[in-house]
Design a protein around this ligand. Structure first.
Ligand code: NAD
Length: 363
């Protein structure tokens, strides 16, 4: 009997639909080769949803996401919607999905593919073999804390406020995810905070340390975020798993992504609820949308993470990573990772190359 899964597909805006089309190609190949039944339901999210329904995360989209085994998202946002009220901006769809699905843990691997060592802006010996997992807290911290907003004071001047807030249970659950992830990797966790200045992250350090008592097989270290930003470019291979707050994780994972050559290479998984959401870490890249030049590999590798974490087919993720490595070894490159002597291909052609190699490997 074939295994059946419901997957909600949210292409979103800009290059979102382009990279998701390639990711869906991969889903369909695995479905056929592994005798699965994948029920894909496409729904609007972000600016596309605002245009169609007046809201970036329509009720119907949220409901299909809630009912699915997994959600695949492209990217949302773009200049067209930048003047909208914050509550209606495309990016609200992301926050709405994360909070409604209870996705409090964001896993962002920054792994370098050997053929791309030269594409990094750092020296080859600094990045060769790099394999970091950033575990970012996703539903708390300063992005959600109250009070927030901009107020006008009695003298007519304005004051902007955001609030950094974490409870001990929020810290404990993300620390557990990080230790569990580390157990299947290099058994090293570095917790990143700013405990010397921010009381809230002082509590973060305390709770992570307490939680570690149940994980004595894992080595735990602590680092201030400014030092971590520096160490990531000085000696990134010292890290295995980094666990940190929502905002620090947002920034550090983008920094880690550039070590690997391009933001167009990196997938992510958001876990913690009944189901999970998978998306490339890049945005909607309005500057290159509609030109068939986006790199679809981050979206394709996000499908790999979906097989690993939601569909219990970890081997597919392993095969997919090998296939991407092989296609890069053959010299195929999208513009963002292009170097001298390589064969430049567009988004569709890169998807086709991966699809062909995958078909061969799975047959
Ligand atoms: P971005 O990630 O969209 O683009 C940054 C740069 O990287 C651009 O030069 C872009 O062309 C390039 N790039 C990104 N993905 C690429 C790919 N797959 N292949 C080749 N090049 C790629 O970030 P931005 O420009 O800061 O944001 C653009 C829009 O996306 C904004 O509206 C922002 O709010 C939104 N955004 C959405 C998400 C998301 O949906 N998860 C994440 C970040 C930004």
């Amino acid at each position: 009997m074939s295994q059946e899964f419901n997957i909600t597909v949210l292409p979103g805006d800009g290059i979102g639909p382009e990279v998701i089309r390639e990711a869906v190609k991969i889903l369909r190949i695995v479905e056929a080769k592994k005798n699965l039944k994948l029920h894909l339901t496409e729904a609007p999210a972000g600016g596309a949803a605002y245009d169609a329904t007046g809201h970036p995360l329509p009720e119907a989209t949220l409901n299909t996401a809630k009912e699915a085994d997994a959600v695949l998202l492209g990217a949302v946002g773009g200049p067209k919607w930048e003047t909208l009220d914050f509550a209606l901006r495309p990016e609200r769809a992301l926050l709405g999905l994360r909070s409604n699905l209870g996705l409090f843990a964001n896993l962002r691997p920054a792994k370098i593919f050997a053929p791309l060592v030269e594409a990094s802006t750092l020296k080859p010996d600094v990045v060769e073999g790099l394999d970091i997992m950033v575990v970012r807290e996703l539903t708390g911290g300063i992005y959600f804390g109250e009070p927030r907003g901009v107020e006008t004071l009695a003298d007519g001047s304005r004051r902007g406020i955001n609030t950094l807030v974490y409870t001990d249970s929020e810290i404990e659950r993300i620390a557990k995810v990080a230790f569990d992830v580390a157990r299947k990797r290099g058994k090293n966790v570095c917790s990143v905070d700013k405990a010397n200045v921010l009381e809230c992250t002082g509590l973060w350090r305390e709770v992570v340390t307490e939680t570690h008592e149940d994980y004595q097989d894992i080595t735990l270290s602590h680092m201030y975020v400014d030092n971590c930003a520096m160490q990531l470019v000085r000696n990134p291979k010292q890290f295995d798993v980094i666990v940190t707050t929502n905002m620090f994780g947002d920034i550090l994972s983008d920094q880690a992504s550039m070590l690997t050559g391009s933001i167009g290479m990196l997938p992510s998984a958001s876990l913690g609820g009944k189901n999970a959401m998978y998306e490339p870490i890049h945005g909607s890249a309005p500057d290159i949308a509609g030109k068939d030049i986006a790199n679809p590999l981050a979206a394709i590798l996000s499908v790999g993470m979906m097989f690993k974490y939601s569909l219990n087919l970890e081997d597919i993720n392993v095969v997919l990573e090998k296939v991407v490595d092989e296609v890069l070894k053959q010299g195929y490159r999208t513009g963002d990772i292009l170097s001298k002597g390589m064969k430049e291909v567009g988004c569709i052609a890169m998807g086709d190359r991966v699809a062909e190699e995958l078909e061969k490997r799975l047959s």
